[in-house]
Design a protein. Structure first.
Length: 421
């Protein structure tokens, strides 16, 4: 009996976006009786979890072909092709090509010359794939990919080898997609990518991200809310800064790729900013937009990190006024320069990650308490839960219109969410 494909997704929002694209591509290609695992390579733990899931999926679907794709499949195809449970390993470029899924849907297995591996050189890819998905996300919020890949080579990061160099979606294509989403009833659009502040570097005239943001807001006046995903603050151009300060439809929430708060560690990471740059950016943006809320990625236990260096990262939480922390215990990725640096004991890394998370928990509590009595415009993701302009979750005690923006006063909070009547 034929069954539609089963999908398992790991990692970032972009991977989730691409899984939605693959669902459409596999349906169009007629693929059946298959399991598609979209992997993440950002940490060794992510790779371990994907392998564990593959074994479980094989037990649950003994007759299906298991196809492994995503960043980990791109960076270490041999790891997955060596697994008895896996029938085909597919690269990040191939997974976005309609002809790949058409051939699989027609019964091709790609086994023979490729020995079950269909992974090309990601660095040779010059364009984004044409896999725009209208409406991925909740009924209220849609995600639009504007960029893929990364030209930077941070010493800890394997992602450029999984995603390739930076490629931008032309502004006109992005605007037309957002127009369709608004017509379909979406009240918020999130711009997403691997390194979205590099958007435009490969387009004629090298337009900055801020130009795209301002163009969207001008040409799609009916879009109530625009949000941008993780940015590199040092690459924020003047047009983007102006939009953050002046455009009320651009949401006051920025997730920053900071990674560390010590200048020597930042240098060894091959980052492009100093501690002082991050603090100045957060301060300047808060002066221009007092309601802005910051999230940030911070790595705990980077090689050679002393206690004093770690304390600088810990202090950065307060110095930048961060609220939402994504804490990553350092995980050496084979093939990266950081993997060859003197490593810290795992117990030290774990303890430092715990201290960072505790600092983040306190910052969240402070943020939630500060919202009491304030009135927010809340985008409802389901009848009882929505998010503020600053992306804080709000739980209601009665049903609200799903997908709509409602005004409500905050009456209380739990450890992680705000409460409203």
């Amino acid at each position: 009996m034929s069954k539609p494909p089963v999908f398992a997704t790991f990692g970032c929002r972009l991977n989730t976006y691409e899984t939605e694209a693959m669902k459409e591509l596999t349906a169009a290609g007629g693929l059946e009786n298959a399991v598609v695992v979209n992997t993440c390579a950002v940490t060794a733990e992510a790779v371990r979890q994907s392998k564990q899931s593959i074994r479980k999926l094989r037990r649950e679907h003994p007759e299906a072909r298991i196809i492994v794709t995503g960043c980990a499949a791109q960076t270490e195809p041999a790891t997955y092709s060596a697994m008895d449970e896996v029938d085909l390993v597919m690269g990040n470029t191939e997974k976005m090509q309609a002809e790949t899924w058409q051939k699989l849907g027609q019964g091709a297995d790609f086994i023979g010359e490729t020995e079950g591996v269909l992974v090309d050189d990601i660095m040779s890819v010059k364009q984004t794939a044409g896999h725009l998905i209208d409406g991925f996300g909740s009924r209220s919020r849609a995600y639009v990919q504007v960029q893929n890949g990364c030209d930077h080579r941070c010493t800890f990061c394997i992602i450029p080898y999984g995603r390739g160099n930076s490629r931008s979606v032309p502004a006109g294509v992005v605007v037309e997609q957002i127009k369709r989403l608004v017509t379909s009833g979406y009240n918020e659009v999130v711009l997403t990518g691997v390194d979205i502040t590099s958007w435009g570097d490969d387009l004629p005239g090298n337009p900055p991200l801020g130009d795209l943001v301002q163009r969207i807001l001008k040409l799609v006046p009916d879009l109530p809310r625009l949000r941008i995903s993780s940015i590199d603050s040092v690459e924020a151009d003047s047009a983007l800064v102006d939009a953050i300060a002046d455009e009320h439809r651009l949401m006051p929430h920025l997730h920053l790729s900071l990674q560390a708060g010590d200048n020597m560690i930042l240098k060894r990471m091959k980052r492009r900013h100093l501690r002082e740059d991050a603090i100045a950016f957060c301060s300047d943006m808060r002066k221009a937009r007092p309601d802005i809320v910051y999230g940030a990625d911070i790595i705990a236990g980077f090689p050679t990190e002393t206690e004093e260096m770690f304390e600088n990262s810990l202090k950065l939480v307060e110095d930048c006024g961060l609220t939402w922390l994504h804490v990553f215990p350092f995980s050496p990725r084979h093939g990266t320069p950081a993997a060859r640096m003197p490593q810290l004991e795992k117990s030290v890394i774990k303890a430092r990650a715990k201290r960072l998370r505790e600092a983040g928990t306190q910052r969240v509590q402070d943020h939630l308490a500060a919202q009491l009595g304030k009135t927010h415009a809340i985008l409802m993701e389901n009848p009882r839960m929505g998010r503020t302009e600053g992306f804080t979750e709000v739980v209601f005690d009665s049903d609200q219109p799903e997908g709509q923006i409602v005004s409500a006063t905050i009456t209380g909070h739990t450890e992680k969410t705000l409460l409203a009547g």
